[in-house]
Design a protein around this ligand. Sequence first.
Ligand SMILES: Cc1c2[nH]c(c1CCC(=O)O)Cc1[nH]c(c(CCC(=O)O)c1C)Cc1[nH]c(c(CCC(=O)O)c1C)Cc1[nH]c(c(C)c1CCC(=O)O)C2
Length: 342
Amino acid sequence: MEQRKLLRVLAGETVFPPPVWLMRQAGRYLPEYREVRAKAGSFLDLCYNPELATEVTLQPIRRFGFDASILFSDILVIPDALKRNVRFVQGEGPMMDPIAPHEIASLDPSHADTHLAPVIATVARIRAALPDETALIGFCGAPWTVATYMIAGHGTPTQAPARLFGYEHPEAMDELLMLLAEMSADYLARQLQAGADCVQIFDSWSGVLDEASFERFAIAPVRHLVQRLRAMVPGARIIGFPKGAGAFLDTYREKTGVDALGLDWGVPFEQARRLQKGGAVQGNLDPLRLIAGGRALEEGVNAILDQLGDGPLVFNLGHGITPDAPITHVEHLMRLVRQRAS
Ligand SMILES: Cc1c2[nH]c(c1CCC(=O)O)Cc1[nH]c(c(CCC(=O)O)c1C)Cc1[nH]c(c(CCC(=O)O)c1C)Cc1[nH]c(c(C)c1CCC(=O)O)C2
C-alpha cells in the first residue's frame, strides 16, 4: 500500500484527516520566499535555478508540514520554451509576444527538452530532499489556459482575445492546442520519471468557455495529453483542475480520464459529493476565508470536512493562495484540519 497520504487518496482511498496542501503554497506571502526571490534575478531565472527553486519548494513544507509539495515553476515555461519572449513585469504579471494564426505552423518545440532540463533537475533535487512521507506534485498548464496567454500576450479579465481567436480561427486553435498538449505530456512524463509522484493540470481559464468550445478547446486537448502521458508513464496519477467549469465538471472527468478533480469554491457540496463517487476531489476553500481568518476560516474548513470528509478528499484552497495571506491563518488552517477527529 502507498505510504504517502496524497497518493492513497488519488487511488480512491478515504483518509481522515485528509492530506492537505495549498495551491501556490510557495510564494510572496512567505518572507523567506521574498528573500530568495530578491537574490535570484528575474522570476524565470528562479524557475530555471535548481538550487533556489528547490529551496523555495521546501520552504512551505518546513514551515507548515504540508502532506504534499509542488514543484516550483510556472505554467508559462512552455511558451518560454517556444521562444515567445516570456517575461514577468513587476505589477503587470506575465507578458509575451502575442501569437497570430499564421505563426502557429512555424512554432518549433524541438528545443523544449534542453530548455526545460533545469526544471527536471529541480524535480530530482526536491525528491531527494523531501521527507519520505511528503508527496511531490509536478504540474503544467492545460493547453487552453497556456494558449490564452500566448494569444493575448498577457493576462486579461475574460480571455476575450483567445475566445475570439477560437471562433474566428478554429483550425489554427486546434493546431496550437494539440502542439501544447504534446509538449505538456512529454514535459509531465519527464517530471514523473525524475521523481514526481503525480501531476496536476491547471486549467485556470476553462470557466470562460461555452459548451461547444469547452468540449473542443478544454476537454479534447486534455484528453490527448492524458492519453499520451499514460502511454509513456503507465498508471500516471493525474489531477485535473478546470477552474470555473461548473456544470461541465462531470463530463470533464469522464472524457479526459483524469484520476482526481480539483474544485473551486463555486462548486456546491451536493455536486462535489456526486463527483466524489467517481474518484477523489480536491479543494475547495475560498482563498478569502484564509485572509479573513477566525470564524470565516473555521466555518469554511469545517464545512468541507463535514461534507466531503467521508470520501476521497485532498484538502486545498479553491484557487491559489494570495500574497496577503497571513502566516498565522495558514497555521490555524493546518490545526483545524489536522486536529479534527472524524
Ligand atoms: C495562470 C497561472 C500562472 N502560473 C500558474 C497558473 C495556474 C494557477 C493559477 O491560476 O494561479 C501556476 C503556478 N505558478 C507558480 C506555481 C508554483 C508552485 C506553487 O507553489 O503552487 C504554480 C503551480 C509560481 C508563481 N508564478 C508567479 C508567481 C509570482 C511571481 C513573483 O514571485 O514575482 C509565483 C510564485 C507569477 C505568475 N504566473 C502566472 C501569473 C498569472 C502570474 C502573475 C500573478 C502573480 O504575480 O501572482 C501564470
